[in-house]
Ligand binder design. Sequence first.
Ligand SMILES: Cc1cc2nc3c(=O)[nH]c(=O)nc-3n(C[C@H](O)[C@H](O)[C@H](O)COP(=O)(O)O)c2cc1C
Length: 312
Amino acid sequence: MPSDLDLSTKLGDIAMKNPLVLASGVMGTSPTLLERAALSGTGAITAKSCGLKQREGHPNPVMVAWEHGLLNAIGLTNPGVDEEVELLEATKASLKPLGVPLFASIFAGSLKDFSFVAEKIKKVEPDLIEVNISCPNVHDEFGLPFAANPESAAEVTKVVKSEVGNIPISIKLAPNVPNIGVIAEAVEKAGADMITAVNTMPGMVIDAEAARPVLSNKTGGISGPALKPIALQCVAQIARSVSVPIIGTGGITTGRDAIEMIMAGASAVGVGSALWYRGPEAFELILDEIRVFMRAHSMDAIKEIIGKALKN
Ligand SMILES: Cc1cc2nc3c(=O)[nH]c(=O)nc-3n(C[C@H](O)[C@H](O)[C@H](O)COP(=O)(O)O)c2cc1C
């Protein structure tokens, strides 16, 4: 159907044809899978987080669907930065003709490793480097996430930004902090070009019959519908605290969810677990629902509704 609606948005200088972003991790880093997501309509693609060295991740079971969301503890499975560079090169080549920006994602356990991984990834020249300082599932190895306090979050931001120069960076924050606005202010001051909010929320699902947690890691990160109100609150608080753009992520399953997230102050909207709930056509379905909502409410452009709910 021809559309008079303007779904385009911007993340700094990054132009997107629509506000949807494939969230990190949900479709891995395979160039074929990421290209398929791009072909199914998303405005931008985020690859799975990559670290210095190859990681197997946690043993199965690593994911469970419960009544109100998903719980996962994949454990940052990734091929290591050298192979990641090759995968990202291939993905970049296939996304370019489609006009879909590619966001890399990196994690590390120390400032030195963040610097090293960033240095390698910058050679791919992705449109954005997302800096995952908030994975809740690797405490045993990495200790408290850098996203847990403003000082450590700012330190990582400074290190990565000084390494990658002109490539924009987005710092991915955790929902389980007392005041996410303070962390957002610290990373903005330290040079973050934007903020992705949020990563999954720590949680546990117990199998009463077996009298044990379902996941091998015992705890995991909650995503999907249960995360939405938490994510909306985090994004609204960040939007009130900083002026950099926000990729609002957490529980976006329908077009109405996406509209709510944009009204909370997000310039773009991460979509992850919705692919599990609605299948590979999730992006198309969400975009159609956004259009229906906009028409029904006489809205012309996505850009006009960013932060609308904060004014009321
Ligand atoms: C299976 C799975 C794997 C994930 N892997 C990553 C990852 O590698 N890096 C990251 O920053 N976030 C990762 N996430 C978090 C998502 O990017 C997103 O922040 C979170 O799931 C909330 O969005 P959603 O409710 O739309 O899924 C993962 C989430 C899931 C469900």
